[in-house]
Design a protein around this ligand. Structure first.
Ligand code: 5GP
Length: 186
């Protein structure tokens, strides 16, 4: 059986990666979203093993030492990482896997898996990104400032990606992502 394709979807916090991928996954049975591990605290409504595997810092560092991560990064004040084994299992079964991760981790995957399809989700503008992050209400102002500072650096790296999808209008952006996947499968 041919192996599945690995898609790396990145872009600054607030660009709308989660919303776009939610729509994409609902319409595609062959596509799986990898559940990352993180040391950040769950937001209200988030459940362990659903949005993330929420790990204490020591447990995360143990997994780094064991070589369990395909990639991992420090983002703002926490660790985030992709556990390699579940991703490998899905790919070996011929299923396609999406990693929704930040830019440093994306570049690590690019180095290790040159065949991964690299997609950058960009906001229509920096102002719009700031407005979305504030409107979401999930972080306090200090964290928002840190996310925006990181976003500026991330936006500078979009040229390194195979595709840039501007999330100005959800339907259009979802359609563009579907076309990227369809092209790969054709
Ligand atoms: P949030 O705290 O908003 O859930 O995520 C913060 C950032 O971490 C987002 O840009 C998200 O895509 C990224 N992220 C989530 N999981 C991973 C992961 O496994 N690895 C890396 N490198 N980044 C991740």
């Amino acid at each position: 059986m041919p192996k599945g394709t690995l898609y790396v979807v990145t872009g600054p916090s607030g660009a709308g990666k989660g919303t776009l991928l939610g729509r994409l996954l609902a319409a595609d049975e062959r596509l799986f979203l990898s559940i990352s591990a993180t040391t950040r605290a769950p937001r209200p409504g988030e459940q362990d093993g659903v949005q993330y595997h929420f790990l204490p810092r020591q447990a995360f560092e143990d997994k780094i030492a064991q070589g369990a991560f395909l990639e991992h990064a420090r983002y703002v004040d926490n660790y985030y990482g992709t556990l390699e084994a579940p991703v490998e299992e899905k790919l070996a079964a011929g299923l396609d896997v999406i990693l929704e991760i930040e830019v440093q981790g994306a570049m690590q995957v690019h180095g290790k898996r040159p065949d991964a399809v690299m997609v950058f989700i960009a906001p229509p503008s920096f102002e719009e990104l700031a407005a979305r992050l504030r409107g979401r209400g999930t972080e306090d102002e200090d964290k928002i400032q840190k996310r925006l500072a990181t976003a500026r650096e991330e936006l500078e790296q979009q040229a390194a990606f195979d595709y840039v999808v501007v999330n100005d209008e959800i339907d259009r952006a979802v359609h563009e992502l579907q076309q990227i996947i369809a092209a790969r499968r054709a």
